[in-house]
Design a protein around this ligand. Structure first.
Ligand SMILES: NC(=O)c1ccc[n+]([C@@H]2O[C@H](COP(=O)([O-])OP(=O)(O)OC[C@H]3O[C@@H](n4cnc5c(N)ncnc54)[C@H](OP(=O)(O)O)[C@@H]3O)[C@@H](O)[C@H]2O)c1
Length: 297
């Protein structure tokens, strides 16, 4: 009798669940994060894995990843990305990789071929360095990219592959320096403080910044709202590199740091990516002071 009532109620429930909701649940994305063992990729994995079928790659042998069925070992120089793509069939790929530059270009060419042939889009983690040849002003989404560094030119090359595709197929995220309580940049600072060695600061470098936590929340929003195109994801305000590093050190404790001031030019130089065209909602925009509180451990 009770079984009959439960059956009837559940039948009633499903009868009145609107079709579009049922569809939404069925259509949940399959997300593949390339570089999910890394600093940024892992933060994104942790943010998304409770909401989507999320998979990731790692490169260096690690028992915690090899025991996790959602993780696949992938070496960009040796392995064929097609095998992983055909195995997982992602609807969203997030590229958060490092590794040999020529191998990165070939892997992204293969990813583009996959995007063309499947219902899938790529979220590519790019960098403020795509503008590192310009130093006089901050850069905005539609500014022409130009870089003097090999790293910046690699990012431009991959961005240009994506820009030739229909806009619905890609999201390009240009990031400034990314910090986090356990980020390599903070770990490096802690080591210098402990060993009393010199910390390099760039007094005439003006930049914006972000954290792994804020970035992951912004990506979650971009996925939920099916946003596409180019996004500049950094703090709304700009900081001098040396001032920001000093403020971080104050948060870390009572230290007497040794600094090595590095001047690459005589004038102030900008390495900042600001949004103008593609703004995220207010609660996802951030300021450097909030970033400092995020860094408190
Ligand atoms: N961190 C920043 O401030 C910043 C700023 C702007 C843009 N970005 C971009 O964000 C992305 C991620 O950076 P991150 O700081 O998170 O770097 P990371 O911590 O060094 O992570 C890099 C990821 O790539 C994987 N990887 C390295 N070599 C590989 C290879 N040969 N084959 C396959 N996978 C390989 C690593 O795997 P294992 O760890 O398992 O070896 C790891 O998962 C990069 O594209 C970077 O350019 C970073």
């Amino acid at each position: 009798m009770i079984f009959g009532i439960v059956l009837m109620l559940s039948f009633q429930y499903f009868r009145f669940v609107p079709n579009y909701l049922m569809k939404k649940r069925e259509n949940k994305h399959r997300i593949l994060i390339l570089g999910a063992s890394g600093f940024i990729g892992n933060a994104i994995y942790k943010e998304l894995c409770s909401y989507f079928r999320t998979f990731g790659t790692y490169c260096t042998d690690d028992i915690s990843f090899s025991n996790n069925q959602h993780f696949f070992q992938y070496n960009i120089e040796e392995d064929d990305i097609f095998e992983i793509l055909e195995g997982i069939k992602p609807t969203i790929i997030i590229s958060s990789l490092r590794g040999d530059f020529s191998a990165q270009i070939i892997a992204h060419q293969h990813i583009v071929e996959y995007l063309v042939a499947h219902r899938c889009k790529l979220i590519f983690i790019s960098s403020a360095n795509v503008f590192d040849a310009y130093s006089k002003y901050p850069s905005y989404e539609n500014d022409k990219t130009l870089s003097e560094s090999i790293y910046g030119r690699l990012k431009i090359k991959i961005e240009n592959m994506l820009l030739r595709l229909p806009k619905r197929k890609y999201v390009i995220l240009r990031l400034p320096m990314v910090f986090g309580p356990t980020s390599p940049r903070i770990e490096d600072l802690k080591t210098h403080l402990k060993e009393n060695t010199a910390i390099e600061v760039f007094p005439n470098l003006i930049l914006n910044i972000t954290t792994d936590k804020r970035l992951s929340q912004q990506i979650h929003y971009i996925i939920n709202r099916s946003k596409t195109g180019i996004f500049h994801l950094g703090s709304k305000d700009l900081v001098h590199h040396n001032d920001f590093i000093k403020e971080i050190i104050n948060k870390l404790g009572d230290y007497k740091p040794v600094f090595k001031q590095v001047y690459t030019t005589n004038e102030d130089r900008y390495l900042a990516v600001l949004p103008k065209t593609y703004l995220l909602p207010k609660h996802l925009q951030l300021y450097s002071q909030e970033i400092l509180s995020d860094l408190e451990v």
